[in-house]
Design a protein around this ligand. Structure first.
Ligand code: IPD
Length: 285
């Protein structure tokens, strides 16, 4: 996929565009958040709530991105996509952490990534620039391929992210998440039962994008989850790898909806081995 990589000046432009649009969409979802959020429709189960704001934020992102980069493709969580007429597709999650948004828990984010390849095919795409903004805390993570990852808090100067030496697995704080469908959640809970005796503790923050950025920023030591979609992971994946982290599927494979895991290089293989064993034990039952 390296042959598809845009030149450095274009990568910088893509990162700037991503930053601009996540900030604008972040303002929209906070400023226009109705006190009583109506449930617009449901997806896989009644727990999976898609709000009117989700669609509005995505429509805004689509409009801004197609004005700035008319030939790029668009692939978002909500309705309305576009095929690429350039090498770039924008993969967007207008609100990652929808349930937190609904309840007013300040852990949700707008996530926007420019990717090369086909984001619908695991292993056939990768992010080259992206940004993740938590509009409540003012945290903004952004990165471009080969250009490092940065965290900016409000109007503070951006800080370059660089992972430090991780603790041993037994002392590691690991994030994870759960899907919306009951059978998926039951499987995830069984895997968690196998994992939790071997780590320091678990966190379920409720936004995969913020979890993965959290590993890049050191507020989590690792993260894993089954069932992520490209828009949940695309921008945060790049923030993590540009900060020196490793982002894969199980057994070091390409990130896949069956499992993704994120950690510093010194922890990744131990977490991978623990998860492989846990998944094998649960799947054998
Ligand atoms: C969800 C969040 C959550 C994760 C789920 C995702 P959404 O995204 O990232 O943390 O556990 O798997 O679907 O639905 O809020 O955009």
């Amino acid at each position: 996929m390296d042959s598809m990589l845009p030149p450095a000046s274009e990568l910088e432009e893509l990162e700037n565009v991503a930053v601009e649009v996540v900030l604008e969409a972040g303002r929209l979802i906070v400023d226009d958040r109705p006190a009583d959020l109506g449930v617009a429709k449901t997806k896989s189960t009644a727990t999976d709530i898609v709000t009117v704001m989700d669609q509005r934020a995505q429509d805004l992102l689509r409009k801004r991105l197609s004005a700035a980069r008319p030939h790029d493709g668009f692939f978002g969580e909500e309705e309305g996509g576009a095929e690429a007429r350039s090498s770039i597709t924008w993969v967007v999650d207008p609100i990652d952490g929808t349930v937190n948004y609904l309840y007013g828990v300040p852990a949700y984010a707008v996530s926007v990534a420019a990717v090369v390849g086909d984001p619908r095919v695991p292993g056939a795409w990768e992010p080259v620039a992206g940004a993740v903004a938590n509009p409540v805390t003012g945290e903004l993570f952004h990165a471009r391929r080969g250009g490092g990852a940065r965290l900016q808090r409000g109007s503070d100067e951006p800080v370059t992210l660089a992972l430090s030496e991780p603790p041993d697995l037994a002392q590691a704080l690991i994030g994870t998440g759960f899907g919306y469908a009951a059978d998926r959640r039951a499987w995830q809970a069984s895997v968690l039962l196998e994992v939790i005796p071997h780590i320091r503790d678990i966190r379920r923050i409720g936004s995969a994008a913020l979890d993965i950025c959290g590993v890049a920023a050191g507020t989590l030591d690792g993260y894993y989850e089954r069932g992520l979609n490209p828009w949940d992971m695309a921008a945060a994946w790049l923030v993590l790898t540009e900060a020196g982290g490793v982002f894969t599927g199980l057994d070091g494979e390409a990130p896949h909806s069956s499992m993704v895991l994120a950690a510093a290089p010194g922890l990744h293989s131990a977490l991978d081995a623990l998860l492989s064993d846990a998944v094998a034990r649960v799947d054998l039952r």
